[in-house]
Design a protein around this ligand. Structure first.
Ligand SMILES: Nc1ncnc2c1ncn2[C@@H]1O[C@H](COP(=O)(O)OP(=O)(O)O)[C@@H](O)[C@H]1O
Ligand SMILES: [Mg+2]
Length: 413
């Protein structure tokens, strides 16, 4: 037993890195396949199938090699362990026969002893096998706990309270400073107020920090300086659930789940009836195309909604937000992924969606900026220009320049 225990200890120390390596390789392979399948149109579009196949093969070979290494260690050790544990049997029989010849033991006694011996060594064999299972489970468990133990960037404060209802939807960014790397701030002392029920369009160059600003309100990140308030309360003092129910974000790349139109639309409020979903689809301007789908509301949209056009996906997303009934809407370039024709439909649907709600609209499109009560221009981490569209147009600043560029573009067409 002592010999077996020592051998297993040595075995565990040697096999553990192999099992861990095999798990890591398996993770690499799954990650690559998931990523490349999701982007299969890009792969095909640039005729990169052969190269992708080679990468999958290479990772597959790595996984195979790590697996073979673990099995090799096991198959070198296990016969030896068995040999040693069975050697005990040989010793017992040899010693027993010698004792019988010396007249100190009986044959019946020896046979009985052997029977008990089997009871004893059987469980040890099992332990050896279980030990190996445990080593493999340890390798998998480590990776699972790496994910479970990852700390959240943003956590709810102990004693956080729910946002009092009814939510008015007043949003204030107060002297906000934030950088993904604190040494290189994206927003530098930015102040912006959106009154309850007001619609403010946020304009700014790509990379100016518009999406970042939205993330600070819904607490994807917390600012390093200043504060963000909703209805006068610091968002860091609110429960995440009540905050995110009150302020809904609509992204430019809408995510639809591999499910039916119905389930995708009522995702935020699963108890909504089919009638309510239908009403939301009407307002979102989506009722017509949904009715034309093969199974109507019960049509599967495909993974990430691949069976729908960009404009259709966006209108389903609008219906989804409508059902959630948030007090404040954060629209992050909601029309950038759609063509000019759907844009008009979506702008109309968004105007209906924003009725009676506070809205912060990030957009490049002036068609959407014009529906806003006020326009703010973000540059260098601050709001550099702010006011109603016609006032800004008359002032001849950055907004006026954007309008002029848009008019020229339209004239070119
Ligand atoms: N998750 C992130 N990690 C690090 N840097 C980021 C991240 N997201 C955005 N950035 C950087 O922050 C800046 C602002 O990005 P973003 O708010 O997305 O701009 P916008 O929406 O105005 O185009 C950019 O320089 C971008 O590279
Ligand atoms: Mg953005």
């Amino acid at each position: 037993m002592v010999a077996v225990a020592l051998m297993l200890r040595r075995y565990n120390a040697r096999v553990r890195p192999s099992y861990r390596a095999a798990r890591t390789r398996l993770g690499d392979l799954s990650a690559l396949i998931t990523d490349r399948l999701a982007g299969v149109r890009v792969v095909q579009g640039f005729a990169r199938e052969a190269q992708e196949e080679a990468r999958v093969s290479a990772l597959g070979r790595d996984l195979y090699a790590a697996g073979v290494q673990a099995v090799t260690i096991r198959n070198r050790t296990f016969p030896l362990v068995r040999f040693v544990s069975n050697f005990g049997n040989v010793l017992m029989l040899g010693g027993g026969v010698w004792l019988i010849t010396q007249g100190q033991f009986t044959l019946g006694g020896l046979l009985a002893y052997r029977g008990y011996g089997r009871y004893f060594f059987g469980p040890i064999d099992d332990l050896v096998n279980i030990n190996d299972l445990l080593q493999r489970a340890e390798a998998s468990g480590r990776r699972i706990f790496q994910v479970l133990d990852a700390s959240e960037t943003v956590q709810e404060r102990p004693g956080a309270r729910a946002l009092p209802t009814p939510v008015r939807g007043e949003i204030v960014f107060e002297d906000v400073t934030f950088g993904y790397d604190p040494a290189r701030p994206v927003l530098r002392g930015l102040t912006l107020r959106v009154a309850a029920g007001e619609r403010v369009a946020l304009l700014g160059a790509s990379g100016a920090g518009k999406s970042t600003l939205i993330g600070l309100l819904t607490r994807t990140y917390d600012p390093q300086g200043g504060r963000v308030t909703l209805d006068g309360l610091d968002v860091r003092d609110l429960t995440l659930a009540s905050l995110r129910r009150a302020a809904a974000v609509m992204q430019q790349d809408t995510f639809l789940f591999h499910d039916t139109v119905l389930e995708n639309v009522r995702y935020a409020r699963p108890e909504a009836s089919a009638q309510e979903v239908q009403a939301a689809l009407e307002v979102a301007g989506a009722a017509e195309f949904v009715a034309a789908l093969p199974q109507g509301l019960e049509t599967m949209v495909g993974e990430r909604g691949v069976r729908l056009s960009g404009g259709q996906r966006q209108r389903l997303a609008i219906a989804r937000v409508l059902l959630a009934q948030p007090a404040a809407l954060l629209l992050d370039e909601p029309t950038s992924a759609v063509d000019a024709e759907s844009e008009a439909l979506i702008v109309a649907a968004l105007s209906r969606l924003m009725r009676g709600r506070t809205a912060l609209i990030v957009t490049h499109r002036l068609s959407l900026a014009r529906v806003a009560d006020r326009v703010a221009v973000l540059e260098g981490g601050r709001i550099v220009e702010e006011g109603p569209p016609d006032v800004l147009r008359a002032r001849g600043g950055r907004y006026a320049a954007l309008e002029q560029a848009a008019t020229l573009e339209a004239a070119d067409d």
